[in-house]
Ligand binder design. Sequence first.
Ligand code: CP
Ligand code: NVA
Length: 307
Amino acid sequence: MAAPKHFLQLNDLSRDELEHVFARTRWIKDQFKRYQPYHPMFDRTLVMIFEKQSTRTRLSFEAGMHQLGGSAIFLSTRDSQLGRGEPVEDAAQVISRMCDLVMIRTFEQDIIDRFARHSRVPVINGLTNEYHPCQILADIYTFIEHRGSIAGRTVAWVGDSNNVCNTWLQAAEVFGFNVHVSTPPGYEIEPERAGLYGDDHYEEFADPMDAVRDADLVTTDVWTSMGFEAENEERRRDFEDWQVDAEMMRLAKPDALFMHCLPAHRGEEVATEVIDGLQSVVWDEAENRLHTQKALMEYLLLGRVNP
Ligand code: CP
Ligand code: NVA
């Protein structure tokens, strides 16, 4: 049996493969908007395993699989034997014999890597402590829709060097753009944890105002990610000066976009006037989770359809 193709980190797919996924996204989204049925996944089953909470990821995968003609099953740690310590390798063997595709949201990347090694079917990372590749797939697609190619552009990341930040850094290497990162002291990026090949595609700035200067896109995320709640109070203090506000946005290019993977905390990592302002594309970004993931599932299961 040929080894399945997984999507555990963004750079598991080449630029050419990701561009194919974007081309398919355009077509799939257009069909959806015109109420044209497209059911290539008839009789196929997606299993979604959630060890952390979710609104967008669950909804976009579940709705997406139904719209493609297949079905989706939701498993959570609380209701499955995973929560009672069944080894992830055993779970992978069993689950992957009963379905065609698995999506997992969990804690350490090691958990999903181990699952994938024992899975007969493709595994998709729906967020780990280290990465959130499906999010950046949607974000880059959204950028392209609004502004064209992202190659050679500057993305400013303001805030925590978390899973979403790491994935932007990987994406910069794959697509050839630059990330200007500003994190508070003590929260700097860890290139090895981010899975980077080098340091050519990012630059670190002590002052967030310097990071956003002339950026094409300004983006941020919560100060405290899921699993780090115990650090909440300390982080609130440490990140105080890393809020994306209107003054910061004025330093970016006049047509710069603002993105946030959501859920957002207005008044913490982003000011209301920015997330609800004219440069914000957060609702398109959230919607594009649906379309890009449908194209991703099609590619992992069916290969290059209608190239
Ligand atoms: N952005 C994102 O992954 O949202 P959820 O946590 O709601 O899935
Ligand atoms: N960095 C956030 C993203 C949520 C979608 C978290 O991991 O909680």
